[in-house]
Design a protein around this ligand. Structure first.
Ligand code: 4AD
Ligand code: MG
Length: 483
């Protein structure tokens, strides 16, 4: 008999019908009630067995964590807590789980710390929390593809191995087949990369943007959605060495069109998850609410997880320039009382304490900050025409979210060949390294814009998880590449 998924049964219960369900046992009570989960939903189905009907040897194997197939008739439930239950006529033990071993794992049904769950990332999928997180991670990914597809964007696969450092931050993982103990050397003692696999030094990509721009200047509007790698040694709750990024790029869009696109996309993702993954979201929202109770009043979230998503979909993001942000910060009581650790000065990058102040205290909503000083932004961002001398700005935009900080970084791109070449010189980037990028500015160059969404940061926002390691199946961080 073909198995029926638990999500389908609970959505449209066909009472009186003989069915088979397969899944993993979450609990077995009173030698009678099995809670079975098959991953299709956060909900379990209750299966009821008459223990006199089954052999002791079978009953012994009905333990938490074991995989079973259960055949039976779906009936209205006698007990509270569920509307239907399965009256079991046949039990197939598919995979046993030794109870003594299960005791030592996160499958043991009790509260575990997120740190302990991370150590058992191979088993944490079996818990309610991580089941919900990874179903929602899927939903966010699907919503993004749907959003762009609906608007006629093309999904572009940009290379993972590349010779360029798009962000210019030098935080790259080298890819090589050379023997580290005995690499071929040049006469001056440096490594001879001509003998390496690609005949030159290459690394894992930090961004697909530069290649994305090439395609946008022909296909009109594209997006990438792929893994990105950054060897930054930051052990924070918001950084991964391997994360996923979505990078749309649109010909003829200016910075304001870019902001509109980003805001629409973020709202679309939140609505999609609320509409299609309500059960998982409710579980995570309740989970967070319970956790909040153990925190001091002033550290609790004002809004629940679901309320925060509703807030994002129904309110405009606040849009300010960097210069306005600096004014607001310097005029704040927080600043006057010297509560910021870092100085607030026009020309230096905002620290996360400043960003959090603007988002969480000043505006209490997502904030888009634009027109940053050119000095600390990437070479490809478009120079603003109206810059004051000595205070040159670029058409950059960062989108900041409560509890997360920077969610999106983007800009209008420098489309003018002469200005771009000046930037290459100023940033000391050899033109021959990115000759193909410069070349696009020679043939029908047009204004264009794009941005990068940190996928895991968005999943953090939508699930309410506070550590980025808990929204990616197998996190890669400094000193950690287990599984
Ligand atoms: O601001 P970033 O560095 O921008 C770019 O890479 C541009 N090329 C994007 C573009 O314009 N096409 O990174 C974009 C986003 C950040 O806002 C952040 O959400 C996320 O990527 N991000 C990280 N997420 C997790 N771990 C890290 N180490 C991250 N670094 C950036
Ligand atoms: Mg950034």
């Amino acid at each position: 008999m073909k198995r029926v998924k638990i999500s389908d049964i609970l959505r449209e219960p066909n009472l009186g019908v003989d069915i088979v369900v397969k899944g993993w046992i979450r609990a077995f009570r009173s030698n009678r009630f099995i809670q079975l989960n098959d991953g299709s939903t956060i909900n379990t189905i209750q299966a009821v067995i008459d223990f006199e009907q089954f052999d002791e040897s079978v009953l012994k194997k009905i333990t938490t964590g074991a995989a079973v197939g259960l055949r039976g008739i779906l009936v209205e439930s006698q007990g509270a807590g569920q509307s239907v239950e399965l009256q079991v006529s046949e039990i197939e033990i598919i995979g046993e789980a030794n109870p003594d071993d299960v005791q030592k794992t996160v499958m043991q049904p009790k509260k575990h710390s997120l740190e302990f769950l991370r150590e058992q990332a191979h088993l944490r999928f079996r818990t309610n929390t991580f089941g919900a997180v990874f179903r929602i991670r899927h939903a966010v990914s699907f919503a993004i593809h749907e959003f762009f597809n609906n608007r006629g964007f093309y999904y572009l696969h940009t290379p993972i191995i590349t010779g360029s450092d798009a962000e210019g931050a030098g935080e790259m993982f080298r890819v090589t087949t050379l023997d580290p103990k005995n690499p071929p050397l040049n006469e001056d003692g440096s490594v001879n990369y001509k003998e390496d696999f690609f005949g030159k030094p290459v690394n894992l990509t930090v961004s697909g943007q530069l290649e994305g721009e090439l395609a946008a200047l022909a296909l009109g509007q594209i997006y990438t959605f792929g893994p990105t790698f950054r060897a930054e040694n930051s052990n924070t709750s918001r950084h991964l060495a391997e994360f996923w990024m979505i990078e749309p790029e649109v010909a003829f869009n200016d910075i304001h069109d870019n902001m509109d696109l980003a805001e629409d996309m973020l709202k679309y993702i939140c609505s999609y998850v609320m509409t299609h993954f309500a059960d998982d979201l409710k579980f995570l929202s309740d989970r967070e609410a319970t956790e909040q109770q153990s925190k001091p009043q002033n550290e609790r979230n004002e809004l629940s997880l679901i309320e925060r998503l509703q807030f994002v979909t129904s309110n405009d993001f606040k849009r300010i320039t960097y210069t306005e942000a600096i004014d607001i910060l310097r005029n704040s009581n927080h600043y006057k009382k010297k509560k910021f650790q870092y100085e607030v000065d026009w020309g230096t990058d905002l620290q996360s304490e400043h960003e959090r102040y603007l988002v969480e205290k000043e505006f209490k909503r997502p904030v888009i900050i634009s027109d940053y000083p050119a000095s600390f932004k990437a070479f490809y961002m478009r120079r603003n025409d109206h810059s004051e001398p000595g205070k040159e700005t670029v058409a950059a935009m960062d989108i900041l979210f409560p509890g997360i900080g920077e969610m999106i970084g983007g800009s209008q791109r420098e489309e003018r060949l002469d200005v771009l070449k000046e930037k290459f010189a100023a940033f000391q980037i050899p033109e021959e390294d990115l000759w193909w990028y410069i070349d696009t500015r020679r043939f029908g160059s047009v204004p264009h814009s794009g941005f990068g969404l940190g996928f895991e940061r968005m999943v953090m926002f939508v699930t309410g998880m506070s550590n980025i390691r808990d929204v990616i199946p197998f996190p890669r961080t400094p000193q950690n590449a287990e599984f």
